[in-house]
Design a protein around this ligand. Sequence first.
Ligand code: SUG
Length: 421
Amino acid sequence: MPLVEINFDGLVGPSHNYAGLSLGNLASASHAGEVSYPRAAALQGIAKMRHNLGLGLVQGFFAPLPRPNPVLLGALGLHAIDESDAAQRRLRAAAWSASSMWTANAATVSPAPDTADGRCHLTTANLVTMPHRSQEWPDTVRQLRLAFADKAHFAVHDAVPPCFGDEGAANHMRMCAAHEAPGLELFVYGRTGGAFPARQHEQASRAVARLHGLDPARCLFIEQSGEAIAAGAFHNDVVAVANERVLFTHEQAFAEPDATYAAIRAKLPAAEIVVVPASAVSLAEAIKSYLFNAQLLTLPTGEMGLVIPLEAWEMPSVRGWLEGHIASNGPIRRVLPVDVRQSMANGGGPACLRLRVVADPATVDPRFLVDEAKLALLERVVAANWPEQIDPVDLGHETLAASVIAARNALLADLDLAELA
Ligand code: SUG
């Protein structure tokens, strides 16, 4: 089979909860302390996978990481928690976080046509800015090395050194004539100094480009606008998304938008840049609705479809803009709303939940690819084992911990993924 785009969605883990851990992520902050519904959350994610599989696209998944994470708790000397200490309770919540569901932050991916050695390169993201996310990468890299074990076709790199924050594909876009053609890779970084952290360091992006053996002439390093970070765009994929020749972006996404568009057009003359003006959808509305945290997909018909969260479809300004775009024959031909509300309440839309890998599916470990039968199996395992709800005050309870651990073990057993246990 030729190279195709495969979307690997993170299965929402059984410890999914709202602990308010992500400064600068407005959804995470505003839902802090609420009761979460891990079973419903995972079923919503599986329904999204089924939706996209039904469009005729190749779909994969990654398993949740071990939580509560004994490695993090042990390294922090937190074998026992002083319940009167808020900082200790917060660190415990970090060890319980199901944040690996947002696989757009698992790694940065450069497909084979872009790299010097003709292999697909993946660099695991160190996610160092947020303590609860910084624990992910050692387990993530294990899983990536299993899924992409075929060394003739893949190279999986460890994370770049923690002095430079790297948030993976959420700050990386690839534009090309077609997925299987050489691409222009766009690395978007932030500059520190604002009210909220800039999670992606320019030097991390540059290191990834070097590790992947990219041609410097086919890379652009673009500064994210400080305004966007301050408004809650903690990752670039909250305000922009690209697919093949199309870049779909809010006008306030980049520090120097006109220079950015010109640089893209100079390197990829076929580029179509669709800019949503603030006069149509304000930055605040874009971030609240997650219009851009969408999956811009090339459908088997050759048309592009935009998988958006229901929240975006329900916002009048966003819906108005999308309807106008379709009516005026813009490059996005279909709008496909999906319900991922449980993930959205923690700041994770349809695009956060997936890692794009352009590859021949035959070169991927088939345990990580899904068909209808695999999705039905995932649903059965989730329905039988995932907690129905978690109140954040219950994090740390032994019975809850035991059920979360047992749920993941049941998944790994049923999917024949014992190596990840
Ligand atoms: O890193 N939320 C995630 C959301 C990640 C979204 N990913 C992309 N944009 N690609 C984050 O901020 C919230 C966890 C909590 O508060 O319990 C959280 O980690």
